[in-house]
Design a protein around this ligand. Structure first.
Ligand SMILES: Cc1ncc(COP(=O)(O)O)c(C=O)c1O
Ligand SMILES: [Zn+2]
Length: 411
């Protein structure tokens, strides 16, 4: 069952044992797990028989023993959205809805399930992360369940719901005066000095693999096929290239055939280093200073930016940058047409999709999967000023009747 061979540098291909190593010591390139694909005998039927969580693809995940957490994470709904598709003028549109991922309502429950399991295998006693909010929520919840000590580092200006979503699980929260990129720099130093298990630093190679499960699920839930297009948000750049990797691996082991979808990157205009690089033709994104309401994806110096550019260009995808106003409009549109409440990251992805359709890059007769990665209840302040106020009445029927009749008269 165990097909994990070791780690390999994405750039120079040097190999390393499957330990908590952050980057290649020869070229500083990112490391990724290597599997013996010839030893994997997974079939569609075998996968379909398994429990509906992300471990149904465990042969393609970088652990060596049994899963320790995440038994209800992943396998989130792939929702066919006919009303939204009609509004946008596209034939087949699906929302991959990680806003209801278990237990902390974002795509991060995938990556943390894998990283936390690997952290236990490697003997870490403290689980930590650098986060824009959702990751901290997920690390805190999974650490609580595993009985691990937990320390999360976040920028000090996050939304109240993001702060509360960590605090409830009882971790130590370090709210740092600075943006995510400052927090990440500090955490790299802490990981070096204290040897804690930082899921997105020294455990990053394992963590990132958890994101492949979104790609696996999309292919399986579409009936073992690829869509024509897929739109993913980009912050640190973990998710987008791993969706592609997951889709590619399914083809490699014979579960799906055909061409990979065109994979498009959506970012907030106030923090769009990847989209700008796609526009300018740069090989690496230039660092930017974030300024957007989409705080969960406000990362100006994406760790895996290079892989995102490679994936988008390699699949024939494009980039879309979305203003804060368009983000709020897209959040409301998704809620009002499909009953799905997402946070600004999801508004960015849908806003980006709308832009790609408008530019003719997604055609009216094509299929598209839009990855909604976080939940709107955590970021209430972003939409609260934009919604219709309730009708406030006394308990008296007469008052209700007067209001209803006057409203009817106006209609
Ligand atoms: C809700 C949400 N969506 C998307 C992302 C994108 O993350 P990445 O590009 O680092 O995978 C994040 C993370 O930071 C997030 O919190
Ligand atoms: Zn290297």
């Amino acid at each position: 069952m165990n097909s994990l061979i070791g780690l390999q540098c994405h750039v120079c291909k040097a190999t390393f044992p499957a330990e908590a190593i952050y980057v290649c010591d020869r070229c500083l390139g990112p490391l990724e797990p290597v599997y013996d694909y010839s030893a994997i005998t997974l079939t569609r039927e075998e996968i379909e028989r398994r429990p509906k969580n992300l471990w149904r693809y465990r042969e393609l995940l970088p652990i060596t023993g049994e899963p320790r957490t995440g038994f209800h994470s992943g396998f989130t709904p792939l929702v066919r959205c006919t009303r939204l598709a009609e509004r946008l003028g596209v034939r087949e549109l699906y929302i991959k809805d990680d806003s209801v991922n278990h237990p902390t309502l974002s795509y991060k429950d995938r990556v943390v399930s894998v990283a936390a399991t690997r952290a236990v295998e490697l003997g870490f006693e403290v689980l930590a992360c650098a986060s824009t909010g959702n990751l901290a929520n997920s690390v805190a919840a999974h650490a609580a369940r595993l009985g691990l000590e937990c320390c999360v580092f976040i920028p000090n200006d996050l939304e109240a719901g993001k702060f509360l979503g960590s605090a409830i699980f009882g971790p130590t929260i370090l709210a740092i005066a600075g943006n995510y990129d400052d927090v990440n720099r500090l955490c790299t130093q802490v990981a070096d000095r204290y040897g804690w298990g930082f899921v997105n630093i020294n455990l990053r190679a394992y963590y990132a693999e958890g994101a492949k499960t979104m790609g696996f699920e999309i292919a399986e839930q579409l009936g073992w096929r690829y869509p024509d297009h897929l739109v993913s948000p980009v912050a640190g750049g973990t998710l987008l290239p791993r969706i592609a990797k997951g889709l590619r691996e399914f083809r490699q082991i014979g579960l799906v055939s055909g061409e990979l979808p065109k994979i498009h990157a959506a970012q907030a205009a106030g923090c769009a280093p990847v989209v700008r690089a796609l526009e300018s033709g740069a090989e690496h994104p230039d660092v930017v200073k974030p300024n957007t309401i989409a705080k969960s994806i406000a990362i100006g110096n994406p760790a895996d930016g290079y892989q995102v550019l490679q994936t988008v260009r390699g699949t024939g995808g494009s980039g879309a940058a979305v203003s804060d106003e368009q983000i709020v409009d897209a959040i409301r549109l998704l809620a009002e047409t499909e009953g799905i409440f997402t946070e600004p990251a999801g508004g960015t992805t849908l806003g980006g999709t709308i832009d790609l359709i408008r530019r003719g890059l997604i055609g009216p007769d094509e299929s598209v999967v839009v990855c909604v990665t976080g939940n709107g209840y955590k970021t209430a302040e972003v939409v609260s000023g934009h919604l219709t106020e309730p009708v406030r009445l006394s308990r008296a029927f007469k008052e209700f009747e007067a209001w209803w009749e006057s409203r009817k008269a106006l209609a």
